[in-house]
Design a protein around this ligand. Structure first.
Ligand code: PLP
Length: 360
């Protein structure tokens, strides 16, 4: 079959091994998955209770406008209803953005390494991808500005950045936005927003008033613990939302996903607890790293990029033998490192124990 020219050069997303596959392969009874930055505590118990009451008729299509979820999110964030778009994960919104704004002859600017889906979809749309290496895990914003020209349509700022965990502070972001030409859409991917504790992390929503060319991406997949439901959202100007709505599938977010998400929003106390517990255990893992002279990138997320004196592929394989699934940095564009989701306290004690043996 004849495809678009670009398709044969691309590879399908390679999913990590499932817990059951690893158990079988390595003859293990317990697996701790620390590879995809899901919330290890799961969703709020309140959401689980509510889900038992979900009584909607499954034969019906979902509300394509996600009215109820839209109202709750717009009240929660204090933005207009028509400044929101929902997707099957923020992944789908990344795809919608590329489909809407990118084409042959245009280009898009992003960090490297960063969230791989920006590049993947940009390439499919035929756009030129300009990647600016991060420095010590941080976006090099001046270089990114220099890479922008008349043909640039989107610049991607992943903050905090996956896989490094580093964020862009308020002063840096404001300076970037002021210098960025107005024809360029600035995407702020804030998938880890709920985990951030830094005082100088920008209040990006407040920028929407003065800038029409900003799109903020958030998700229910990470701190809210609902990755399996696939619900993410974007916040922008009415103009950008209108553009995206023209290409959005009519029923792109499931009814039960909408229901889970709107209930999750109600339990902000749970999010606070998750954030605090995460940070406490992160501190323990960081102390371990210092003890073993392992550098790590400063993280405002629920994962840590740990630099190693040897191959991250080898270490992740050794860890797998002991039941810990992590991501080798080599697979994310950083040699000799692993990206580890901050797990539960007991699991991380065992993880550190095993990692220390891998280093011997
Ligand atoms: C996990 C993640 C996403 C995607 O989340 P969805 O599950 O698709 O909402 C987007 N951006 C970054 C940086 C992520 O780490």
């Amino acid at each position: 079959m004849r495809t678009k020219d670009i398709i044969p050069s691309l590879t399908p997303y390679k999913p990590g091994k499932t817990i059951n596959e690893v158990k079988k392969e390595r003859g293990l009874s317990k697996i701790v998955k620390l590879a995809s930055n899901e919330n290890v505590y799961g969703p709020s118990p309140l959401v689980l209770d509510k889900l038992r009451e979900f009584g909607q008729d499954f034969q019906l299509y979902p509300d394509g406008y996600a009215r109820e979820l839209r109202e709750r999110v717009s009240d929660h964030l204090d933005v207009n209803r028509d400044q929101l778009i929902f997707g099957a994960g923020s992944d789908e919104i990344v795809q919608m953005l590329c489909r809407t704004y990118l084409e042959n002859g245009s280009n898009t600017v992003m960090a490297h390494p960063t969230f791989p889906q920006y590049k993947h979809h940009a390439v499919i749309e035929g756009a030129e991808v300009r990647e600016i290496p991060v420095k010590n895990g941080y976006h090099q914003l001046d270089q990114m500005l220099e890479a922008i020209d008349d043909f640039t349509r989107i610049v991607w700022l992943c903050t905090p950045n996956n896989p490094t965990g580093c964020y862009i502070n308020e002063e840096q972001l404001l300076s970037f936005i002021k210098q960025c030409p107005e024809h360029v859409l600035i995407v702020l991917d804030e998938a880890y927003y709920e985990y951030v504790m830094a005082d100088d992390y920008p209040d990006s929503l407040s920028l929407l008033e003065n800038y029409q060319n900003i799109m903020i991406l958030r998700t229910f997949s990470k701190a809210y613990g609902l990755a399996g439901f696939r619900v993410g959202y974007g916040i922008s100007s009415q103009e950008v939302i209108r553009h995206l709505n023209t290409i959005r599938g009519p029923f792109n977010v499931t009814s039960i996903g909408q229901y889970a998400a709107l209930n999750a929003l109600e339990d902000q106390d749970y999010i606070r607890k998750v954030r605090q517990q995460n940070r406490k255990i992160q501190g323990q893992v960081e102390a371990f790293c210092r003890q073993y002279y392992l550098a790590y990138d400063p993280s405002e997320t629920n994962f840590l990029l740990i630099h190693l004196p040897k191959s991250g592929l080898d270490v992740s394989d050794q860890l797998l033998d002991e039941g810990f699934i992590v991501r080798a940095g080599e697979l994310l564009g950083i040699e000799q490192s692993i990206r580890v989701t901050i797990g539960k306290e007991e699991d991380m004690k065992e993880f550190m124990n095993v990692l220390s043996k891998c280093l011997e």
